[in-house]
Design a protein around this ligand. Sequence first.
Ligand SMILES: [Zn+2]
Length: 319
Amino acid sequence: MLKERGIIIHAQDCGDYFAGRLEQTNLNVLGIHPEGGIAAHVSMQKCIDMLETEEWRTFHRRMEKAGIAVEFEMHALSWILERDRFDTHRDWFRMTDAGERTPEFNCCASNPDVLDYIRERSAKLAKIFRPDTDKYYFWIDDVATAACRCEKCRELSASDQALVLYNAIAEGLASVNPKAKLSYLAYFATLPVPTKVRKRDNVFLEFAPLARDFDVSLFDETREKNYSQVKTLPALLDFFGRDDAKVLEYWMDNSLFSGWKRPPKEFRLNAATCAADVAQYRKLGFDSVTSFGCFLGEDYRDLYGDADLSEYDRILGKE
Ligand SMILES: [Zn+2]
């Protein structure tokens, strides 16, 4: 059986309803996800505030009792490096192809001062978020590609630049929690393997093939779109190692299937695709698999009744 069988839900779904749903499954890892996008830092701060509430403590206790480890997965860079720092530190930020600095998306990966600042802010985050697994998921910005084009960064691919930032975050986390591990999120521009930057020991692969079709297996080589997502996967596993490698999928992501717009659409898992994908992930050496499971909470129940979690649960339990 897969060692880690997970699902990721929005922070606002952490309450009695979803606790009850999860208690009926054999899933053993729950990811909490403040919504991403442009306002990722705002929803992240809301999640931080939630951690201080009695409702959260009750929810966490129920998860603990059910044997479900709680983690937090989010686009954190705009919280770590506040965009208004641009007013005083323009050279910390990204240079566009046109040679102009911009506070939009990610930052410069070659400026030692911004890397120091990222380490310091990440140390602060390690004091706020305490995942039961010591695994942290503080991703860079939610954008297909946004690499710095300054003279120094130009030599580095988007993956190399991302790894520089993840190394800095991982170092900051480890300064507070020596057991801390951080994911490198491989999706869109960060799917190619880094070639010029070495990873810190406490960075592991999180593979998240978002730009895929779901009517066939991700590994169906006749589907070019899906193949584009997996062609670098063996090399990514070689580079990052298989020990903590994690799959972050979308089979249960009703926010994606609803076009990230409420109200949620009615959801049905494509079980054949999910089962074929999980079997192949297993063969490749993954022991940790999760999927977004957003837009399946109380507002979904009010429209369509309880979403079915059992088939997904059964597929992960079988492998
Ligand atoms: Zn740069």
